[in-house]
Design a protein around this ligand. Sequence first.
Ligand code: NAD
Length: 476
Amino acid sequence: MECYLDANTGASSPSSFSLSVTESPQAVSTPDTQRSVLFDEEIAADPLDIGENASPSFIMVVGGLGYIGSHTVLELLKADYNVLVIDDLSNSYESVLHRIQTLAAEHCAMLNKPMPALQFQQLDYRSPMMRSVLASYSSYSICSKPVAVSTMPFPYSALQRTDSGIDMEPEDTPEQTLQRQSRITGVIHFAAYKSVEESIRMPLKYYMNNVCGMVEFLGLLEEFGIKNFVFSSSATVYGEGANCGAPLREELCVHHHETFIDSDGFERQATPGVMGLTSPYGRSKFMCESILADIARSDASWSITALRYFNPVGCHESGLLGEDPRQKPSNLIPVIATVLTGAKPVLDIFGTDWNTPDGTAVRDFIHVVDLAQGHIAALAASAAGRVKAPFRAYNLGTGRGHTVREVHESLQSTSGRAIPVREVGRRAGDVGFCVAEVQRAETELAWKAQKTLRDCSVDVWNFTKGRCPVPDEMET
Ligand SMILES: NC(=O)c1ccc[n+]([C@@H]2O[C@H](COP(=O)([O-])OP(=O)(O)OC[C@H]3O[C@@H](n4cnc5c(N)ncnc54)[C@H](O)[C@@H]3O)[C@@H](O)[C@H]2O)c1
């Protein structure tokens, strides 16, 4: 499915062509963009946009209608990026697209500025159709001088079997060469399965989507010369190292030898690898990071940023965007929300015997809007050459921990409702303490989380209360 949104009304309209799995890549023509105040005149009408005029660029957000993706797409639009969203809706809904559009349009109207383009393809990012999508965002320019094969931005052979019907033999063009350039200047890759518990039961499902999918995808991106990649990683890559009881530094999980200065000012060597990964999900994130680090080491023209999220919570203050998965939620706050709405009778607290102030697990809860802005910071840092290496990992957290009980109390107080709990044993794959050291992101990305746990609770309640039954008297 393909959809373009009208910048002014937010209404979707069918595109003038459709992508179906039976069609060959050559059958695809340029996306039929709706009027966009900012870019309508500039968006090229033909994928074979041969010419010297620069076309508008896009950030491609894969998995962009999910919880973190949707908030990030909104922040991108607010920051004037054109966005192409790819999502197969396996864990999200198309209605999210319209909500993003509404919020972005309101923002732009308020600031009296034009609205960037928002485009959407409902597609599994592992689908062969991704080639066609990328082709439709490519432009071609004619180089007057012959270009050495080694300096071409993509394999010449790829051009001949390419996506857009170009049929040109190398010997036909001794003096002139076609060069492909993508309008997609960066990719943010959110698409993955994310349940620790499910990954233990169904590891292959996780490795196929999270790892194999990404490897294939990277090959395709490389072919199209798209080498600016932001990866959704996770604090789970620290494995049982998280239990050290201190904020986690990025050097606790590296993929090649790294020299760093520790907190006492001593130079140290970080050794590749990590101890005690606790689930196939965590391993899938570690594997993806390792693969990305290897690719960047082999070709320094990649710019790859792995953002290690701690515990994303909260939602957009409007209550229009939030965490609304198709799959059964397993994260703390969505589970609390299901108790608030009455869909679940009680909140299970997994483990009350951790070595923490109240025995419940400590996590670094980061507001999802702060997290979303971390992605914009990563793109900006990469564009400004502030990212120190072709592959670089950053913790995105607040640097401050809260226990599960504190979160429970915070939501109870914000909602004014009793949230019944049941204490149960530890969950497989959990750790007791997981808090970020945030110095690297602050220094290199010029980014810092701003919002508090209270902000998170207020926004979650705002998102949830419409779905709750009429309030009872608070029982506590
Ligand atoms: N939410 C968290 O607590 C958390 C913590 C650390 C890391 N992460 C990572 O952040 C990313 C986003 O997490 P989220 O919470 O927004 O999850 P989510 O499930 O809400 O969003 C993922 C989106 O990707 C889509 N998707 C999944 N597989 C796809 C595929 N093959 N092709 C196209 N679309 C596909 C889903 O439909 C969904 O919209 C994931 O990679 C996750 O592992 C999440």
